[in-house]
Ligand binder design. Structure first.
Ligand code: URA
Length: 425
């Protein structure tokens, strides 16, 4: 196989064969195909796209570049949820224990903050002692014993994606639907799943700003996942303001705990239930959406999901009951009267980064105690001087975040119509 021929073939809009994609990916991982040829192929894919069959082939070969979970035959279905990333998105922390209480196994490999969006691993690391570096064997043990585990990707999972993602980042080839699809699915399918639900976010705090782009990505993920033999569904969910009220690390864990104890914000519960229902229906663990919803709600109402989260945290070395420090809060006040017309969720994510709740550079240490609490929502009427948000931060480091949070709100005179929170494909 001459890599130049394959690059030219894709450049000219032709379809690559499975064996050609396989040879290219294995050559790249082995080092016989250099970064510059992989960059050229990534750009050709960015410009020409890929069919579902080609995308599935790329996903399969990336997946095969590393280790995968090996599960014993039989037993309850293995399921997971993947979100394309948002601000205040703590759904994984709720959903993993809720699904485990319904009898499913949830081996959830999560990530750290990316751009302005927070990462589940960073949030969970605000729990004293919690380990996010479980080996595959340790993670499997926790899933078998508890029903769910949330940990980071090990070095041996999908090395092709680790190499290719870093290259895409510096060659302007990140926003390519086939490349994003293969990147996300190869990592998720390494978990050896039976069913997967994708939470594809749209709006000011999302990777995909428009519903059209989110829909195109969701369709590509569903078609490719299905072609690869995994029950795959997707929902589009609104990220035009943070999900729930809290954005940060310890404050998001606190909000997750409160939600599992029955006093969470309705939008967070709604998205969590909608995604959970997809998995219960996909696996046949619920006959209808309504019964799936009741099943999931019951795990919260009985306290079982909270207990399950505490059990998972303990199995991963943490103590959910240990205090999590939260920095002192100050309120940001409205400077205008009117309705909240828009909330720039990405600005809020950047404000958390300015508070060291997210990273500016690779390897930055985080301050888990910082964050933001939303005190109003889109479409709400506000008066001059009314608190819009609360910033949790040491007094000396609030300046940039205060500016960003204040700038994230815009106002209008007439009450705007709120769009739907969850959209089916
Ligand atoms: N998340 C991923 O894991 N990969 C992408 O390509 C984009 C978002």
């Amino acid at each position: 196989m001459n890599p130049v021929w394959l690059i030219a073939k894709k450049r000219d809009g032709e379809v690559l064969a499975d064996a050609e994609i396989g040879a290219f990916i294995s050559g790249y991982v082995a080092g016989s195909i250099p970064d510059y040829q992989m960059s050229a192929l990534a750009m050709a894919i960015y410009l020409q796209g890929m069919s579902v069959a080609e995308t599935a082939s790329l996903t399969q070969h990336m997946l095969a570049s590393g280790a995968t979970f090996q599960w014993p035959r039989g037993g309850p279905p293995k399921v997971d949820k993947h979100s394309t990333g948002g601000i205040g998105d703590k759904v994984s922390i709720l959903l993993a224990p809720m699904l485990a209480c319904c009898g499913l196994r949830v081996p959830m490999i999560s990530g750290r903050g990316l751009g302005a969006t927070g990462g589940t691993l960073d949030k969970l690391e605000s729990i004293p002692g919690y380990r996010t570096d479980l080996s595959l064997a340790e993670m499997r043990e926790v899933v078998e014993a508890v029903g769910c585990a949330i940990s980071g990707a090990t070095a041996d999972i999908v090395p092709a994606d680790r190499k290719l993602y870093a290259l895409r980042d510096v060659t302007a080839t990140v926003p390519s639907i086939p490349l994003i699809t293969a990147s996300i699915l190869s990592k998720k399918l390494a978990e050896g799943l039976d069913a997967l639900v994708l939470d594809v976010k749209f709006g000011s705090g999302a990777f995909m700003k428009s519903t059209e782009d989110a829909c195109a990505l969701a369709q590509s993920l569903v078609h490719t996942g299905t072609q690869m033999g995994v029950e795959t569904t997707a929902l589009l969910t609104d990220m035009n303001q943070p999900l729930g009220r809290m954005v940060g690390n310890a404050v998001e864990v606190n909000e997750s705990v409160a939600t599992l104890q029955g006093s969470g914000p309705p939008d967070l519960m709604e998205v969590t239930l909608a995604l959970g229902v997809e998995l219960l229906v996909s696996t046949g663990y619920a006959k209808t959406r309504e019964s799936g919803r009741i099943q999931l709600q019951k795990t919260v109402d009985t306290g079982a999901a909270y207990e399950k989260l505490a059990e998972m945290v303990a199995a991963q070395g943490g103590d959910l009951a240990a205090p999590r420090a939260v920095a002192p809060g100050t309120e940001i006040l409205a400077t205008q009267r009117g309705y909240v017309a828009s909330v720039d969720a990405e600005q809020l994510g950047q404000a958390v980064i300015a508070l060291r709740g997210g990273r500016q550079q690779l390897g930055d240490a985080l301050d888990y105690s910082t964050g933001i609490e939303m005190l109003v929502q889109l479409g709400e009427k506000v008066d001059v001087g009314q608190p819009l948000a609360r910033i949790f931060a040491p007094i000396t480091s609030r300046e940039e975040a205060t500016r960003r949070v204040a700038a994230a709100f815009s106002y209008c005179d007439e009450q705007p119509n709120a769009g739907p929170l969850v959209v089916s494909l």
